[in-house]
Design a protein around this ligand. Structure first.
Ligand SMILES: C[C@H](O)[C@H](O)CC(=O)C(=O)O
Ligand SMILES: [Mg+2]
Length: 399
């Protein structure tokens, strides 16, 4: 018999505000931000969509905020992306699997959300919505128990997190104490050999600025084909490229398996931020697609699913380093030996200082200091963050 208060209500909201809203939709940034400045994508084959990812709609969905309130008033919440379409699913479909139920029944709740939506879901925005609900449940469980989520996941296996930084200025990231820097790839196959040369020159320049021991990686955001990715990997090897990330379409498991065979010895192939659920990651692992997987905790199915994905990876000697995800990643990474470091996305427009990833939605979001975060920064109930009351929530649907 459960002694916990039952779930009274689940609410799904979005944040209005348009361009520059930021937060969970980290691509929704204002003009001049490094994250939207001529980054290689598969839309680059259309010249009108080459300069800016916002031009083809990378920011159309926006943030989803899920709140789950218990009968005793305790409320857990989470933010992810998915916007109004995800809010519709939470309110009109998934709410029935939560209200009146013990919040600690998270396995059954996950199972029911996934299988009830399987005929239209399985990946993408539906699993974003499921992830948002799951993360709000873990936050709620932590608040009810007065414990941080990482305690409920088994406790910390080390005293601090160490981070690499994703952004346009690995040289500045090194000065800020990060262990590595991941550059966005700027030129795609459509820009030919000249573009490839520029990609290699940028890496060489950063290597000269950062020295030999600093990790440098390229994030290719699904823009390449196997041939181009193989050529890029070999051209970048003399400049010490540690890994080549998300080089090709996430649907091309066969291509990843080939790329992993093609890259120079010692270079890692990484992917997974646009993959979802234990079945998607099982495919990546069984087809030997990569050395390191990068589930986004707000997109892959939440913490409940990440635990299953991570156990499979551990048994195969594959590292799990979540994509972005801020606190949702930190509470997980600190509990797992096969997650030895974490990603920090540089949200400052010029990547020249540390800024919280989910600004302005969250208050109390911890950020790395000297590229590190002590476990004590996570010692608050749930995920340890609060919704910023100054950010107006809009609830487009009710049930
Ligand atoms: C920099 C990448 O293009 C993307 O915006 C973020 C990402 O894929 C990552 O952090 O990994
Ligand atoms: Mg990436």
């Amino acid at each position: 018999m459960s002694k916990h208060s039952k779930i009274k209500q689940i609410r799904a909201s979005v944040i209005k505000g348009g361009e520059g809203g930021g937060g969970a939709d980290y691509h929704d940034q204002g003009e001049g931000h490094w994250i939207d400045n001529h980054i290689a994508t598969s839309m680059g084959r259309y010249p009108e969509y080459r300069q800016s990812r916002k031009s083809f709609g990378i920011n159309v969905l926006g943030t989803l905020v899920v709140e789950i309130e218990c009968e005793d008033g305790t409320t857990g919440f989470a933010v992810t992306t998915g916007g109004e379409p995800a809010a519709y699913m939470v309110e009109k479909h998934f709410a029935r699997f939560l209200e009146g139920r013990d919040p600690f029944d998270y396995e059954t709740i996950w199972d029911q959300m996934y299988f009830a939506s399987q005929y239209y879901g399985r990946k993408g925005i539906v699993v974003n919505a499921i992830s948002g609900v799951d993360l709000a449940l873990w936050d709620l469980m932590g608040r009810l128990r007065g414990e941080p989520v990482y305690h409920m996941l088994g406790g910390a296996v080390r005293n601090e997190l160490q981070f690499y930084a994703t952004g346009a200025r690995p040289d500045l990231a090194k000065e800020m104490g990060f262990i590595g820097g991941k550059l966005p790839l700027l030129h795609g196959p459509i820009e030919g050999d000249e573009g490839l040369k520029k990609n290699v020159e940028l890496l060489a320049d950063m290597r000269a600025k950062c020295g030999d021991d600093f990790w440098l990686m390229y994030d290719c955001w699904m823009a390449l084909d196997v041939n181009y990715a193989t050529r890029l990997a070999h051209a970048c090897a003399p400049h010490g490229l540690k890994w080549i990330e998300e080089a090709i379409s996430p649907d091309d498991y066969w291509g990843y398996a080939q790329l992993k065979k093609n890259v120079p010895a010692g270079m890692l192939v990484t992917t997974g931020e646009h993959e979802a659920t234990r079945w998607g990651f099982r495919m990546l692992m069984e087809m030997d697609c990569c050395d390191l997987i990068q589930p986004d905790v707000g997109w892959c199915g939440g913490v409940t699913e990440l635990l299953k994905i991570s156990a499979m990876a551990d048994a195969r000697g594959i590292m799990v380093v979540p994509h972005g995800s801020s606190v949702y990643s930190y509470h997980f990474v600190i509990t797992r030996h096969n997650s030895p470091f974490a990603e920090f996305l540089m949200m400052a427009p010029k990547a020249d200082h540390v800024a919280p990833m989910f600004h302005p939605q969250l208050l109390g979001e911890p950020v790395p200091v000297n590229g590190r975060l002590n476990v004590s920064a996570l010692d608050k109930p749930g995920f340890g963050v609060e919704l910023n009351p100054d950010v107006k929530l809009y609830r487009p649907y009710t049930h």
